[in-house]
Ligand binder design. Structure first.
Ligand SMILES: NC(=O)C1=CN([C@@H]2O[C@H](COP(=O)(O)OP(=O)(O)OC[C@H]3O[C@@H](n4cnc5c(N)ncnc54)[C@H](O)[C@@H]3O)[C@@H](O)[C@H]2O)C=CC1
Ligand SMILES: CC(=O)[C@H](N)C(=O)O
Length: 340
């Protein structure tokens, strides 16, 4: 089978590997749609993210869906089933797993995170309990994009987004745009979103943002104050990882409001005014990946409550993956897909 391997920064190549055999509790999946995530691009450019360093050839890609071609003895699936693959498989035994917060498992195997291979491959053998059957009405592309949608769903849950809430999302990348879908599904009625790339703001506007804020031209907190009669929003979801955006979350949220941090600021220490958090009784939450979100994501897609395919700018074949990564690095690109 063909797989795309990252050897070192800037060097992706397609090579031939043995097709894996599914273990008794695994499915062999013919992978057909894989999203290119910002983290894949980061490994491609820099060969590492924080402490995770590419030290041996690594298959990238963790937003995937495909068709089951073979099953282990005890899986409950059949060849021909279409499935989305949840990329993080926890140990199932630690205290976090037992509490149900399996996204915090320290022994998780996560696709495309060194040393664990990902899904830019024709076939992947994957545990059946981290595969989700897709109904006919949900496409394989939508199945693959359940992954970034899950990041948005988890953030909406962390922020307890409720019917009638106003939400500011900072960042119109795939995570910000899909967090917008998730908070709408959770009942938010006013959703504002910020970025500094005009094309991305136009995309957010066309996808139904109530207001878009170009932070190159407007002060974020000032713009939010104008939109909320000076109060600030109920919830801020930070999805850019940019220092200025993270800093201004506190100034954009109302007293008694909630901040959810998704964006990962690379090597950045950000001063935090704890007095403002206390005086204004703010709730501040981190949001790490997701747990128990795939069934909800698939239901929302089946019911046409959310759109994920509209964020895709281009698709490419596995053999052209290096060109696809170059295109994904363009700041105007939101999402590229590899289609096999
Ligand atoms: N906590 C978690 O589990 C996860 C965190 N992430 C992180 O979430 C962040 C977003 O991910 P993606 O959407 O894939 O990234 P992305 O890089 O595609 O999008 C970030 C967006 O923020 C915009 N931006 C830059 N400076 C800004 C500012 N000052 N104000 C507003 N927007 C600004 C950029 O123009 C870009 O459109 C990244 O930091 C990523 O590492 C991603 C997945 C999971
Ligand atoms: C940070 C990422 O983008 C990645 N999806 C991950 O969860 O590791």
């Amino acid at each position: 089978m063909h797989v795309a391997v990252l050897d070192e920064p800037g060097s992706l190549r397609v090579e031939e590997r043995e097709r894996p055999e599914p273990a008794p509790d695994e499915l062999l999946v013919n992978v057909r749609e894989i999203g290119i995530c910002g983290s894949d691009v980061h490994y491609y450019e820099h060969g590492k993210i924080g402490d995770y360093v590419v030290e041996s050839p690594l298959i990238l890609g963790h937003e995937s869906a495909g068709e089951v071609v073979a099953v282990g003895e005890r899986t409950g699936f059949e060849p021909g089933d279409r499935v989305a693959l949840e990329p993080g498989v926890p140990c199932r035994r630690c205290a976090h797993c037992k509490r149900g917060e399996y996204n915090l498992c320290p022994d998780v195997t996560f696709m495309a995170t060194p040393p664990d291979d990902g899904a830019f491959a024709e076939y992947v053998a994957w545990p059946a309990d981290f595969a989700y059957r897709l109904p006919d009405s949900v496409s394989l592309r939508e199945g693959a994009l359940c992954e970034p949608l899950s990041v948005g769903i988890h953030a909406a849950r962390r922020g307890n987004v409720d019917v009638g809430d106003s939400v500011l999302i900072t960042g119109c990348g795939p995570i910000g745009l899909l967090a917008m879908e998730a908070v709408r599904a959770a009942g938010a009625t006013e959703v504002f979103i910020s970025d500094m790339v005009p094309e991305k703001l136009r995309t957010a506007e066309s996808r139904g943002a109530d207001a878009v804020i170009d932070v190159r031209e407007e002060n974020l907190a000032g713009a939010v104050a104008n939109l909320t009669d000076g109060d600030g929003v109920d919830i801020v979801i930070e999805a850019s990882g940019a220092k200025p955006a993270i800093r201004s979350t506190i100034d954009s949220v109302r007293r008694g409001g909630t901040i959810v941090l998704i964006g990962l600021a690379q090597n950045a220490e950000i001063p935090l005014d704890t007095g403002e958090i206390i005086d204004n009784e703010l709730d501040l939450f981190g949001s790490f990946r997701y747990r128990n979100t795939y069934p909800a994501a698939i239901d929302l897609l089946a019911d046409n409550v959310v759109d994920v395919e509209g964020i895709v700018d281009f698709e490419s074949g596995l053999d052209d993956i290096d060109k696809a990564f170059e295109r994904a690095m363009n700041e105007e690109t939101v999402k590229g897909m590899i289609t096999i």
